[in-house]
Design a protein around this ligand. Structure first.
Ligand code: DGP
Length: 114
Protein backbone atom coordinates (compact mmCIF):
# COMPACT_ATOMS: atom_id res chain seq x y z
CA UNK A 1 0.00 0.00 0.00
CA UNK A 2 1.60 3.23 -1.17
CA UNK A 3 0.23 5.59 1.48
CA UNK A 4 0.20 3.33 4.53
CA UNK A 5 2.62 4.62 7.18
CA UNK A 6 3.39 1.14 8.54
CA UNK A 7 4.03 -0.19 5.01
CA UNK A 8 6.47 2.71 4.61
CA UNK A 9 8.20 1.72 7.86
CA UNK A 10 8.33 -1.91 6.66
CA UNK A 11 9.89 -0.76 3.36
CA UNK A 12 12.35 1.45 5.34
CA UNK A 13 11.07 4.56 3.56
CA UNK A 14 10.57 6.31 6.89
CA UNK A 15 12.65 5.69 10.02
CA UNK A 16 11.59 3.75 13.08
CA UNK A 17 13.36 2.20 16.04
CA UNK A 18 13.21 -1.36 14.75
CA UNK A 19 13.92 -4.01 17.36
CA UNK A 20 13.01 -7.21 15.50
CA UNK A 21 12.53 -8.21 11.89
CA UNK A 22 12.09 -11.40 9.90
CA UNK A 23 10.57 -12.15 6.49
CA UNK A 24 7.01 -11.65 7.71
CA UNK A 25 7.04 -9.58 10.91
CA UNK A 26 8.47 -6.24 12.02
CA UNK A 27 8.62 -4.86 15.59
CA UNK A 28 9.44 -1.23 16.35
CA UNK A 29 8.98 1.29 19.14
CA UNK A 30 5.75 3.31 19.19
CA UNK A 31 6.34 6.99 18.36
CA UNK A 32 3.94 8.06 21.16
CA UNK A 33 4.53 5.54 23.97
CA UNK A 34 1.71 4.88 26.47
CA UNK A 35 3.96 2.92 28.84
CA UNK A 36 7.71 2.79 29.56
CA UNK A 37 7.90 -0.05 27.03
CA UNK A 38 5.60 0.32 24.01
CA UNK A 39 6.40 -1.76 20.97
CA UNK A 40 4.30 -2.34 17.86
CA UNK A 41 4.38 -5.64 15.97
CA UNK A 42 3.10 -5.66 12.41
CA UNK A 43 2.89 -8.10 9.53
CA UNK A 44 4.87 -6.77 6.56
CA UNK A 45 1.86 -7.66 4.42
CA UNK A 46 -0.76 -4.92 4.44
CA UNK A 47 -3.94 -5.92 6.27
CA UNK A 48 -6.11 -2.91 7.15
CA UNK A 49 -8.03 -4.23 10.17
CA UNK A 50 -8.59 -7.45 12.07
CA UNK A 51 -11.94 -7.61 10.23
CA UNK A 52 -10.00 -8.07 6.99
CA UNK A 53 -7.96 -11.08 8.17
CA UNK A 54 -8.54 -14.29 6.21
CA UNK A 55 -7.73 -17.82 7.33
CA UNK A 56 -4.60 -17.98 5.16
CA UNK A 57 -3.17 -15.02 7.12
CA UNK A 58 -3.90 -16.35 10.61
CA UNK A 59 -0.31 -17.60 11.04
CA UNK A 60 0.81 -13.94 10.96
CA UNK A 61 -1.15 -13.16 14.12
CA UNK A 62 0.41 -16.21 15.78
CA UNK A 63 3.87 -15.04 14.75
CA UNK A 64 3.18 -11.54 16.07
CA UNK A 65 2.05 -12.95 19.43
CA UNK A 66 4.99 -15.35 19.78
CA UNK A 67 7.42 -12.61 18.78
CA UNK A 68 5.92 -10.30 21.42
CA UNK A 69 6.44 -12.99 24.07
CA UNK A 70 10.06 -13.50 22.93
CA UNK A 71 10.73 -9.75 23.05
CA UNK A 72 9.19 -9.56 26.54
CA UNK A 73 11.68 -12.21 27.69
CA UNK A 74 14.63 -10.60 25.91
CA UNK A 75 13.80 -7.14 27.26
CA UNK A 76 13.36 -8.50 30.78
CA UNK A 77 9.72 -7.79 31.58
CA UNK A 78 8.09 -11.16 30.82
CA UNK A 79 7.84 -12.21 34.47
CA UNK A 80 6.55 -8.88 35.76
CA UNK A 81 4.01 -8.86 32.97
CA UNK A 82 2.77 -6.95 29.99
CA UNK A 83 -0.30 -6.34 27.86
CA UNK A 84 -0.99 -7.19 24.21
CA UNK A 85 -3.68 -5.12 22.47
CA UNK A 86 -5.07 -4.93 18.96
CA UNK A 87 -7.47 -2.07 18.31
CA UNK A 88 -10.10 -2.38 15.58
CA UNK A 89 -11.90 0.53 13.88
CA UNK A 90 -13.40 3.61 15.52
CA UNK A 91 -14.73 2.24 18.79
CA UNK A 92 -11.59 0.17 19.28
CA UNK A 93 -9.45 3.29 18.92
CA UNK A 94 -7.63 2.24 15.75
CA UNK A 95 -5.84 5.17 14.10
CA UNK A 96 -3.42 3.39 11.74
CA UNK A 97 -5.15 1.06 9.31
CA UNK A 98 -2.49 -1.64 9.06
CA UNK A 99 -2.99 -4.23 11.79
CA UNK A 100 -0.60 -3.99 14.71
CA UNK A 101 -0.18 -5.61 18.07
CA UNK A 102 0.67 -3.22 20.91
CA UNK A 103 3.14 -4.66 23.45
CA UNK A 104 2.90 -2.50 26.58
CA UNK A 105 4.96 -2.94 29.75
CA UNK A 106 7.02 -1.28 32.42
CA UNK A 107 4.23 -0.09 34.72
CA UNK A 108 1.13 -1.50 36.35
CA UNK A 109 -1.48 -1.18 33.59
CA UNK A 110 -5.03 -0.36 34.59
CA UNK A 111 -8.07 -2.50 33.87
CA UNK A 112 -10.64 -1.94 32.46
CA UNK A 113 -9.12 0.29 29.76
CA UNK A 114 -10.68 3.69 29.18
P1 DGP B 1 -3.77 2.48 17.09
O1 DGP B 1 -4.38 3.64 17.80
O2 DGP B 1 -4.09 1.14 17.77
O3 DGP B 1 -4.07 2.44 15.61
O4 DGP B 1 -2.21 2.67 17.27
C1 DGP B 1 -1.39 3.32 16.35
C2 DGP B 1 -0.08 3.57 17.03
O5 DGP B 1 0.87 3.86 16.03
C3 DGP B 1 -0.07 4.75 17.99
O6 DGP B 1 0.21 4.29 19.31
C4 DGP B 1 1.03 5.67 17.49
C5 DGP B 1 1.79 4.80 16.53
N1 DGP B 1 2.34 5.48 15.37
C6 DGP B 1 1.64 6.26 14.49
N2 DGP B 1 2.46 6.73 13.53
C7 DGP B 1 3.70 6.23 13.81
C8 DGP B 1 4.96 6.36 13.17
O7 DGP B 1 5.13 7.02 12.14
N3 DGP B 1 6.00 5.72 13.75
C9 DGP B 1 5.85 4.95 14.88
N4 DGP B 1 6.96 4.35 15.37
N5 DGP B 1 4.67 4.80 15.50
C10 DGP B 1 3.61 5.44 14.97
Amino acid sequence: MQDCIFCKIARKEIPAQIIFEDEQILAFRDIDPKAPQHILLIPKEHIATINDLVTEQSHLVGRMTLTAAQLAKQLGFANQGYRLVMNCNEHGGQTVFHIHLHLLAGRHLLWPPG
